[in-house]
Design a protein around this ligand. Structure first.
Ligand SMILES: CC(C)(COP(=O)(O)OP(=O)(O)OC[C@H]1O[C@@H](n2cnc3c(N)ncnc32)[C@H](O)[C@@H]1OP(=O)(O)O)[C@@H](O)C(=O)NCCC(=O)NCCSC(=O)C[C@H](O)C(=O)O
Ligand SMILES: [Mg+2]
Length: 275
């Protein structure tokens, strides 16, 4: 299966938006039962999510962000989700230790959004029930009073490492809260991509094409990758494992593997730009 690039949150108490979310082009739709839903509307949101899972259509995966399992509400959410049929995975907020994941009846994405969660990132990522990890940067920034990107990058890199060491997919970026600032979103995605993050959760459908484009290899990257792959193939035919490009840069197996990944991603995300 292709690793998702775009993930779109939709509040559980806005069921009239579920089909719009599924038609947005997002790879994954996340119905939120947690922070986007006030306590008085949790039951209604659970019922909406269960009804949608029973009738879901389209190619996007459907995940539900349940409430924190430590709060008690999270177990009520799981019980309400109709035997979990139609649910591809749950998104667990505010995970702070691997123990809360024991015995979960469905695949889980763990959100690390507190100091305790970041410190425990390696054990959480290694839990057999976990299929992915992500940061909750709004909660993290609030807890730690972080306003500086380089400080946040330090936390992001810890999660990038924990996911890679556990054999999980690359970590998608947390939400970009200004839905009108598309240039800022694109720049932020490019910066995240440069430190090993891949894909992003969105809060509005208009963010989906911006994210997709930002994670697509550029023409310069695909040209470079093509040059590397061609040089490697020629070298292999000549019986050489390593080769230098005309500009003097050395190419060996990991560089070729990365170039092939770049070309595969370009074909997947922007085939119209790639020929
Ligand atoms: C951010 C919003 C509250 C904005 O809503 P609104 O002002 O009503 O949007 P628009 O008027 O621009 O809507 C235009 C059309 O787009 C549809 N729409 C908007 N948002 C969505 C959506 N998320 N999914 C599907 N469709 C959507 C509207 O229906 C309009 O359609 P039409 O009428 O046909 O033109 C709102 O976008 C929103 O609620 N977003 C999701 C918020 C949410 O779920 N937040 C939780 C995740 S945030 C998080 O995880 C933080 C994390 O925990 C951390 O700690 O970091
Ligand atoms: Mg949060």
């Amino acid at each position: 299966m292709n690793i998702p690039v775009t993930w779109l949150y939709v509040p559980g108490d806005r069921p009239e938006r579920f089909d719009k979310a599924a038609a947005s082009g997002a790879d994954v739709v996340i119905i939120d039962l947690e922070d986007a839903v006030v306590p008085a509307r949790k039951d209604e949101a659970r019922a909406n999510a269960a009804a949608y899972l029973a009738r879901r259509t389209g190619s996007a995966e459907v995940h539900v962000r349940i409430n924190d399992l430590a709060s008690g509400r999270g177990r009520d959410d799981l019980a309400a989700l109709g035997g979990l049929a139609g649910l591809d995975a749950v998104r667990l907020p505010k995970v702070e230790s691997a123990g809360v994941l024991d015995g979960l009846p469905v695949k889980a994405y763990a959100l690390l959004e507190s100091a305790a969660g970041i410190v425990a990132a390696h054990t959480i990522a290694a839990h057999p029930g976990v299929v992915g990890v992500a940061l909750g940067e709004q909660d993290l920034a609030a807890e730690l009073s972080i306003t500086d990107e380089s400080a946040m990058n330090h936390l992001r890199l810890q999660v990038v490492l924990a996911a890679a060491a556990a054999g999980l997919p690359p970590v998608p970026m947390s939400v970009y809260p200004d839905v009108q600032d598309e240039a800022g979103l694109a720049a932020s995605c490019r910066a995240g991509r440069a430190i090993g993050l891949f894909g992003r959760t969105a809060i509005h459908p208009r963010q989906i094409p911006v994210i997709r484009r930002a994670f697509s290899p550029t023409r310069e990257e695909t040209d470079r990758a093509t040059e590397i792959v061609q040089a490697a193939e020629e070298a292999e035919r000549a019986g050489a494992g390593a080769v230098a490009l005309p500009d003097g840069r050395f190419v060996d197996a990991p560089i070729v593997a990365r170039a092939r990944r770049t070309l595969a991603l370009a074909e997947r995300l922007a085939p119209e730009d790639f020929s």
